[in-house]
Design a protein around this ligand. Sequence first.
Ligand code: FES
Ligand code: FES
Length: 163
Amino acid sequence: MTATITTTLTVNGRQICKAAPAHLSLLRWLRDVAGVTDPKYGCGEGICGSCTVLLDGEPVSSCLVLAAQADGAAITTASGLLEPDGSLGRLQRAFHVTHAAQCGYCTPGMLMAAAAALAGSQRLSRQEIRARLHGNLCRCTGYGPIVDAIELAQDEAADDRGK
Ligand code: FES
Ligand code: FES
């Protein structure tokens, strides 16, 4: 018999409490139990980054974390980057402007890695941005437009702080 466990997570500001098999990964819990399908299943082994979410503000591969381990945590997925009125957030807009998404499969994870990279106050060079994306693979874009997007979002945020 499979043991079940009740896990409570705050996902993009909404508290969700669900019972599920104890061995379920955070990725499976989000997608299959809670219906939060932003994070994507790619490799299931912590290599591709398509399942990246923020767990209490830190980027993690949600395929490598048990949902039960995350009990009580705050999870942010790509939908959590939207503005309160539902329009695209700064990073999402920047990805749109620079054509940083082609097939889009890597994009939700890439956005979360980018959000984590830009969370600090230090300005990142293009090389540093690339380094922050080392755990996120993209088969379509060659990474240039993704780095462009993150640079654009970083510049806009700096402009806003200067206002
Ligand atoms: S699906 Fe989690 S890192 Fe690839
Ligand atoms: S846009 Fe297709 S894998 Fe990145």
